[in-house]
Design a protein around this ligand. Structure first.
Ligand SMILES: C[S@@+](CC[C@H](N)C(=O)[O-])C[C@H]1O[C@@H](n2cnc3c(N)ncnc32)[C@H](O)[C@@H]1O
Length: 345
């Protein structure tokens, strides 16, 4: 990290050692051994050593981020609170903590504690007031038109996605691609450069490659590096078959779309003066005027003002509230707006 130039990356995703402090072997009730994280890379002499290590890479990550870039770090109760405090001490500005709730967590075999069924991600801007990227529309689209919440329900990495060597997990903590898909889609744009300083099997690289983002991966274990290379090469080969149309990798936000005044629908003949608009449940109806205003019971105003007035609300998004009829079917007026936008592109 020290060799990379300052301000050179758009996002950092880090899945650092958790410092699990595992003691002895963990056995299932049938005495089979649990594949825990016993590797040397997860061992630190004490908490102070872990903190020194964490502070060093978090400082470097902040140096490498461009001013509006953001950092994601994932961890468990063993380390995430320490990392959260450090982020704040180093000048980062925490935007969210995300709970990744596992659909299929490992049970607590000894029955001495609750099943540890989640991990936490912290999402932070480089500093307070940064104009960081959040792809609100992409997240809404991904979530069936509802705002994406901060609790994500996803399975742990398994099935054909889980890399194996000689029948055993090739890496103890391979993350699911779905998790990285959401992270990268939420906070980066196609072409952005993402750094993963703890690359492991290259999950970040594989997903970045598929989503048209660039990446840098750092990993100290040569076996994992080799696994990551092979995995990413397979994704590249798949993309080479032409499956990734660049236009489909970006989600234009509301601000990127050209503004269409409601009056244009009338000007262009998509609606006629006197046409009736109604809400989804047909409780209210309004008539369209030639100048692009609408009227209900003597009150005349924009689609937003009249929508707010009839519902007795301070504000209303008229594009989403009002509908019209086409061939007997109720259709949102937003569809007519999209028609004009499509013609403009
Ligand atoms: C929790 S794992 C990351 C797993 C990865 N997200 C994946 O999906 O495969 C942490 C990784 O960091 C690597 N690592 C630990 N200390 C490191 C260091 N100082 N420099 C580079 N890599 C390191 C480990 O070898 C391990 O593969």
């Amino acid at each position: 990290m020290a060799r990379l130039p300052a301000g050179s990356v758009d996002a950092v995703f880090a899945d650092p050692p958790y410092n699990l402090q595992l003691e002895g072997e963990l056995l299932r009730p049938n005495h089979s051994r649990v594949d825990g994280v016993a590797e040397s890379w997860d061992r630190f002499e004490d908490l102070a050593a872990y903190d020194r290590f964490s502070r060093a890479w978090l400082s470097e990550a902040r140096r490498l981020l461009q001013p509006d870039g953001t950092l994601w770090v994932i961890g468990s109760y063993h380390n995430i609170f320490r990392l959260g405090a450090m982020l704040q001490d180093l000048g980062y500005w925490i935007l969210n903590d995300i709970i990744w709730r596992k659909t299929n967590p490992m049970p607590n075999f000894r029955g001495r504690r609750f099943t540890n069924a989640h991990e936490t991600l912290i999402w932070a801007a480089r500093g307070r007031g940064a104009r960081y990227r959040f792809n609100h529309w992409a997240m809404k689209n991904l979530n069936d038109e509802l705002q994406m919440r901060s609790d994500w329900l996803l399975p742990v990495c398994g099935g054909p996605e889980r890399l194996k060597q000689r029948g055993r997990k090739a890496h103890p903590t391979q993350k699911p691609e779905a998790l990285l898909h959401r992270v990268l889609l939420a906070s980066t744009a196609p072409g952005d450069l993402v750094l993963d300083p703890f690359f492991g099997t290259g999950t970040t690289g594989a997903v970045a490659q598929r989503l048209g983002r660039r990446f840098i991966g750092i990993e100290r274990d040569e076996t994992y590096v080799q696994l990551a290379r092979e995995r990413i090469a397979a994704v590249t080969a798949e993309a080479g078959k032409g499956s990734a149309d660049p236009a489909l990798l970006a989600t234009p936000g509301a601000r990127d779309a050209p503004r269409i005044p409601f009056g244009w629908l009338v000007e262009r003949g998509l609606l006629q003066p006197g046409d009736v608009l109604m809400d989804a449940r047909e409780r209210y109806s309004a008539r369209v005027a030639a100048d692009g205003s609408i009227a209900v019971d003597g009150f005349r105003g924009s689609i937003h003002q009249v929508g707010a007035r009839v519902q007795n609300l301070p504000a209303c998004n008229g594009w989403q509230f009002w509908f019209t009829r086409r061939n007997g079917e109720r259709v949102p007026i937003d569809l007519l707006r999209q028609q004009i936008r499509a013609e403009m592109n």
